[in-house]
Ligand binder design. Structure first.
Ligand code: ADP
Ligand code: MG
Ligand code: MG
Length: 886
């Protein structure tokens, strides 16, 4: 088996085998860009190592051969005492996992080659000893699990002894002393001397990278990001280039466009006289990349040229890592860069303008989750809120919450239902748990490319980084800013777009994208790149999609808003709430009615109220279909809770009051008590048991439709019977309903359809029969999931879903995203058999899944006519329905 690839042998499409970093290093090499030579050990080798606990046969020999050819090419031997070749050993999985795994620089240095390195660098002892102490530090920490703080403390001690705070003030002697201190730390923790043999260093480092795949934080990150656990990581061995050779050297990171807003320009951080990790770790303050133009114009121009070339080649935003060694530019990494939701839309639009991609591809490049993020509210700052600090808007959103300083505390408070803001000097991979639990992240150090920024953007979590006015005191559980002290539990608000930090809770307002959907921002006439891009891509999605998008709405106001958001009808109008509030009294009378007359009287009182409700909704949806579901929940939901009622009755009796009415109510509640109400007397069952209830609703709907038609409007009601499991249920309801409709509608021209919800598994399995009696189906996927799995939706999420997710029984809650294999199969069967029995049968879906991106794609595949979702998800469903086509 071939386990090792030279950079010249790979390309960007081999990410499975070479990992993202290796594949892109190969791609850049083949583009002729200045990449230091090296080779990649495949993910297959890693998987074999993890499975058996040892390197697969043949790997050692292949590494040997590639190392020799690297040495030949460089004219130097690994760790040679006179003129050493040094390498970095870098992890790189298929999906980028920023800072999750390990990298070791300067491999090949030892007590002898450190002298040779100094000679190579023209007698630069300082540089050589700095490189050596970095090797011991990184190797100790990542390969041998020496606690990193020990090295940090020794470094602090050395600086203190020198009376400085800056690493750069340490001279060669100081650093040589530090190497001795580091070696002692190493020996103390590992029980052995720091390995002097270069090849042993290399082999141990490679093995450590393999093993880092299963580090706890890597596992947690993969779970959060839904990255499969069995991919393994590749290992890249790369000839070292040095950014720490002096002021004419340095290292940096850059994006080809702003990953926050998508704006074109030069975005990056540069740090002179530094090595790799220094930039990302936020240890020293970086300068904006533009300043490189003054420092080293030649490298700067070359870098801009390369960035343009990469964008053209990848046809997308790229991020890069580079190093300048004495005026010579080297590319160390590139990849298609992560970006915020706003940047994703803006960049997709720009790339279309630049002719690099077409609109179909632009639609591919964005998704519903991003659009949903852009619909988050913003801070409303017209009051007297003054920021107390301004950092970098690293990941957008508006978050308020209680301040916490540790990951553990964040997790604790979040579990109690609190919103928390995790405040740190800088985050590191150990903070991942806290970052997941927090509503927002605030750091006092680090730029747009710091750990906090990159991880938060990936999670879609609000983050302000590098707010350097903040003095963060983690052990003291407080920070100070502008003379004020903020402690754990105090509330702050952070704006991840502007980078501003406020004390207290700032009120929020709708985002620009929501204002656009609401119709109050005209994309043709405002200068807002985001709104224009959203408009353009949404228009394209609408032109492409086959699925119609309706909304779930129970009131005229919801219906109106959903229409502005692009809803093409109502897919689910629940009538339950129409029985609450003032009308509860009427419902109580209906339930308690002892005679037909009493019952009819309360139904007659409800009729005009219901009719008004429907008139309002039909008017708002003028001409668009409105699916009205007949009353569904068990009747006792409309009555007071049993215990409370029993207490009231007892108390009143004690006082000698007249309790006849309350007692009757209590008796009714007792009579109607059910052990499993969700499987009890509800839906069509209720309609068949309480005479006149469905009839009243049907009449109200038909009368409302006729009234709207009579006043110049147009109404298209679709009456939906819930919880049907057998065609006979539907037939019974339908026979009665048709009589009423015929009588009310007369020759008004109004048409009323009658169909059913498919939400009981038996209905799905007998859909062919049911279709004979139904003019449409609407899949009630909430109940279908609940009954298909036998899960009580109200009980399971907190009780054991966490365990199921942990065990991977499902990757996501089946209430959130449709379970394609099981519940989805019921949908598929019902759609096929329903359409076979009644060609052209109208099929839709209502329920949470209608607004879930992945589920929308499934419903498209199955051939439904529409999805219906809550008003705020309507744009998301429109976008995803378009994406399902291209
Ligand atoms: P990560 O995946 O965390 O970004 P990398 O493997 O990219 O880790 O390496 C960490 C840092 O070390 C980066 O800043 C990178 O540019 C730098 N680095 C890696 N290899 C070399 C090398 N051969 N020469 C100089 N710097 C390097
Ligand atoms: Mg790293
Ligand atoms: Mg990197």
């Amino acid at each position: 088996d071939k386990y090792v690839y030279d950079f010249s042998e790979g390309n960007k499409d081999l990410k499975d085998l070479l990992g993202g970093k290796g594949a892109n290093l190969a791609e850049m090499t083949n583009l002729g860009l200045p990449v230091p030579p090296g080779f990649t050990i495949t993910t297959e080798a890693c998987k074999a190592y993890l499975a058996t606990g040892r390197e697969p046969d043949g790997l050692a020999g292949q590494i040997e051969a590639h190392l020799e050819s690297l040495e030949r090419g460089m004219g130097r031997r690994l760790g040679d005492p006179q003129d050493p070749l040094l390498v970095s050993v870098r992890s790189g999985a298929k999906f980028s996992m920023p800072g999750m795994m390990e990298t070791v620089l300067n491999v090949g240095l030892n007590d002898r080659s450190v002298v040779g390195l100094s000679k190579q660098a023209g007698g630069n002892d300082r540089f050589a000893w700095d490189s050596y102490r970095r090797l011991i530090q990184m190797f100790g920490k990542t390969v041998c699990e020496v606690p990193g703080e020990e090295f940090e403390h020794a470094l602090e001690d050395a600086k203190r002894a020198k009376g400085t705070k800056n690493d750069l003030d340490l001279d060669a002697d100081d650093l040589r002393g530090l190497v001795d201190a580091y070696k002692k730390i190493f020996a103390k923790h590992t029980g052995r001397e720091f390995p002097q043999e270069p090849r042993e260093q290399l082999d141990l480092a490679i093995r450590a990278v393999f093993e880092s795949w299963n580090a706890e934080r890597a596992i947690l990150y993969r779970r959060q990001e839904r990255i499969p656990a069995d991919l393994g990581t590749a290992v890249n061995v790369v000839a070292m280039v040095f950014g720490n050779l002096g002021p004419d050297s340095g290292t940096g990171v850059a994006f080809t466009r702003d990953p926050g807003s998508g704006a074109q320009g030069i975005y990056g951080d540069y740090l002179a006289n530094a090595q790799g990790e220094d930039v990302v770790a936020g240890i020293r303050n970086t300068v904006p990349l533009q300043e490189l133009e003054q420092l080293d114009k030649k490298s700067y121009d070359e870098l801009l040229g390369i960035m343009a070339r990469l964008e053209e080649h990848y046809k997308d935003l790229c991020d890069i890592e580079f190093t300048i060694e004495r005026g010579k530019l080297w590319m160390l990494q590139t990849r298609v860069g992560k970006r915020t939701a706003a940047a994703a839309f803006v960049i997709a639009g720009q790339l279309v303008d630049e002719g690099l991609i077409d609109l179909d591809e632009a639609l591919h490049r964005v998704n519903g989750a991003q659009l949903a993020q852009l619909m988050f509210p913003r801070f409303q700052l017209d009051h007297d809120f003054q920021p107390v600090a301004k950092g970098i808007g690293a990941s957008p959103g508006a978050a308020s919450g209680k301040v916490v300083f540790t990951s553990a505390r964040a997790v604790e408070l979040a579990a109690e239902g609190e919103s928390v803001i995790l405040v740190r000097r800088e985050t590191n991979p150990d903070d991942l748990n806290g970052m997941i639990a927090a509503k927002g992240i605030l750091t006092s150090r680090g730029g747009k490319t710091s750990h906090a920024a990159v991880v938060a953007r990936g999670m879609g979590k609000t983050c302000v980084s590098g707010a350097d006015e903040l003095e963060v005191d983690v052990p003291g559980k407080k920070f100070t800013v502008g003379g004020q002290t903020v402690g754990e539990g105090d509330v702050v608000s952070i704006d991840g777009t502007t980078g501003k930090v406020y004390l207290g809770e700032v009120p929020v307002m709708p985002s620009e994208v929501v204002q656009y959907f609401e119709g109050s921002l005209d994309p043709e006439h405002i200068d807002n790149a985001l709104v224009r891009a959203v408009h353009r891509i949404m228009t394209h999605a609408d032109g492409k999609r086959r699925l119609a998008v309706r909304t779930n709405a129970d009131t005229g106001a919801d219906a109106a808003r959903a229409r502005r958001f692009g809803a093409e009808g109502i897919g689910l109008c629940r009538t339950e709430h129409m029985f609450l509030g003032d009308r509860r009294e009427l419902v109580e009378r209906l339930i308690l009615a002892r005679t037909d007359d009493e019952r009819e009287a309360s139904l007659a009182a409800l009729l005009p109220l219901q009719r008004e409700d429907f008139i309002e909704i039909f008017r708002e949806m003028d001409g668009l279909p409105v699916t009205v579901r007949l009353i569904d929940p068990p009747l006792h939901e409309f009555l007071p809770p049993l215990e409370q009622l029993a207490v009231n009755v007892a108390v009143a009796q004690e006082r000698g009051e007249d309790v006849a009415k309350e007692e009757a109510l209590l008796a009714a509640v007792r009579r109607m008590h059910e052990e499993n109400p969700m499987l009890g007397l509800r839906g069509v069952r209720l309609g068949l048991v309480i005479p006149g209830l469905f009839a009243m609703q049907v009449r109200a709907i038909a009368e409302a439709a006729v009234a709207v038609a009579g006043s110049g409007g147009s109404a298209c009601p679709e009456i939906m019977v819930p919880l049907v499991g057998a065609v006979q249920e539907l037939e019974t309801v339908r026979a009665e309903a048709e009589k009423i409709i015929a009588e009310v509608v007369g020759d008004s021209g109004v048409e009323v359809l009658i169909g059913t919800m498919i939400e009981v598994p038996r209905a799905a399995l007998t859909a062919g029969q049911i279709a004979e009696a139904a003019q449409f189906f609407s899949f009630g996927t909430n109940d279908l999931t609940q009954m298909g799995w036998g899960f009580s939706r109200d009980d399971v999420e907190g009780a054991f879903f966490w365990r199921y997710l942990e065990l991977g029984i499902f990757g996501i809650s089946p209430f959130e995203s449709i379970d394609r294999d099981g519940v989805g199969r019921l949908v598929r069967i019902a759609a096929e058999e329903g359409r076979a029995a009644r060609p052209g049968l109208k099929l839709g879906v209502c329920g949470e899944h209608g607004g879930d991106p992945d589920s929308v794609h499934f419903f498209h595949e199955v051939g439904l006519d529409y999805v219906s979702c809550s008003p705020f998800r309507v744009p998301v469903a429109r976008l995803e329905a378009g994406r399902a086509v291209v």
